[in-house]
Design a protein around this ligand. Structure first.
Ligand SMILES: Cc1ncc(COP(=O)(O)O)c(C=O)c1O
Length: 377
């Protein structure tokens, strides 16, 4: 079998070689504890602070508004916990299509009586229904809206959401893990009060993420201990992962990490071929703005789990979109929120790719899928 065709970039994308080079150099030069006052420590500190400047520059904030942590999940948990107020039970609103890294902590905070969690509905295309968000946002301590959905790639109407939140005086938490770098937009002018970026979705290795704040909504600590990260996140920083995240953000700011227009062209060709090769196939969110390198498709009568295993054997790495628990497919809360019934949702497949993916690979993946379907998979 030749090289596997990797179409699971939304789970983790291969690091950009330029970012990997920064990572390797930082492993070498930044191994010391960045809180140490000696020269080796100062060298490590300089790498962390350079990365902080790079993230801040991309998002148009001061360096002190960037808090590094270990993962997007941690950053989102921190943002949510920060919205709780002891003795009160403020409302916290999340779109029904948030990542579990938002929905699960929100559920737990609600169960503990620390917030009143409310889900904002989405339409059939997976976009937040802005008119229905408005009454929920009024008086809320936080509104969480994912910039681009990881399972479907659907991009939320962030400007309209921002207007609603501003009118309601509710801080807006934007999970930009999938969107940053892929959606061509100026994040310095996008509406958000808290924004999360995760390294391994941004062509950097795993190990670092950032929670960025502005507009007076400074997050409190989730992980407590030493005074790192201005007291907002204790623990010795992962210098190399942070340096890599900074480098990736710098490439995004300069428009050099990837080319969304080129990716979109490939995606459109992929979808045209898919729809032609597989009768009855349906692209999720077709007609609304989506990530340029993500195609979620429903295959009538299909069974994701079996298809993914067969595709893997055929050398194609794809995904159902949602997390798997011990190898078995869990229901997709995202498709459910969009009104897709369980039978149709069972046939879901997500193909997500990146700048190194060729048209030949995408075409070969569709051909493999079509062949499997003809065999009854
Ligand atoms: C939209 C979105 N948010 C948050 C996360 C969690 O990020 P991490 O894997 O860095 O914890 C993911 C990862 O799949 C994601 O796709």
């Amino acid at each position: 079998m030749g090289r596997a065709i990797y179409l699971d970039h939304n789970a983790a994308n291969p690091p950009d070689p330029r970012v990997l080079e920064v990572f390797r150099r930082a492993l070498d030069a930044g191994w010391a504890n960045p809180s140490s006052a000696h020269r080796a420590g100062r060298r490590a500190r300089a790498l962390v602070e350079e990365a902080r400047e790079q993230v801040a520059a991309l998002l148009g904030v001061a360096a002190g508004q960037v808090t590094f942590c270990a993962s997007g999940t941690e950053a989102l948990n921190q943002a949510l916990v920060s919205a709780t107020r002891p003795g009160e039970r403020p409302r916290a609103v999340a779109s029904a299509v948030e990542h579990p890294a938002v929905l699960e902590p929100l559920r737990a905070l609600d169960a503990e009586g620390r917030v009143e969690a409310v889900l904002a509905p989405v339409d059939a295309a997976g976009r937040v229904v802005v008119d229905r968000l408005a009454p929920l946002a009024a008086g809320a301590a936080l509104v969480a809206v994912i910039a681009a959905q990881n399972e479907t790639g659907v991009v939320q109407p962030l400007d309209a959401v921002g207007q609603v939140c501003a009118a309601a005086g509710a801080p807006l938490l934007v999970d930009a893990s999938q969107a940053l770098g892929r959606v061509a937009r100026d994040w310095t002018h996008a509406p958000w009060d808290l924004l999360v970026v995760s390294g391994h979705k941004l062509r950097a290795p795993r190990g670092a993420a950032a929670l960025v704040h502005r507009g007076g909504v400074a997050p409190g600590p989730l992980v407590r201990g030493g005074p790192q990260e201005l007291g907002r996140r204790a623990g010795t920083e992962d210098v190399a992962a942070i340096a890599a995240l900074g480098a990736a953000c710098d490439l995004v700011r300069r428009g050099e990490l990837l080319d969304p227009a080129a990716l979109r062209e490939l995606r459109d060709r992929l979808e045209a071929r898919l729809l032609e090769a597989i009768p009855g196939a349906e692209v999720v969110g077709q007609g609304v703005e989506r990530l340029p390198q993500t195609t979620a498709v429903l295959l009538p009568g299909g069974d994701s789990e079996a298809l993914l295993a067969a595709l893997d054997l055929a050398g194609v790495a794809a995904s159902a979109g949602a997390a798997c628990s011990s190898g078995s497919l869990v229901r997709s809360h995202v498709l459910e929120a969009m009104g897709v019934d369980e039978a149709r949702a069972r046939g879901r497949l997500r193909l997500s790719f990146g700048p190194e993916t060729t048209w030949e690979e995408l075409a070969a993946a569709v051909d493999a899928l079509a062949a499997l379907r003809r065999q009854g998979a």
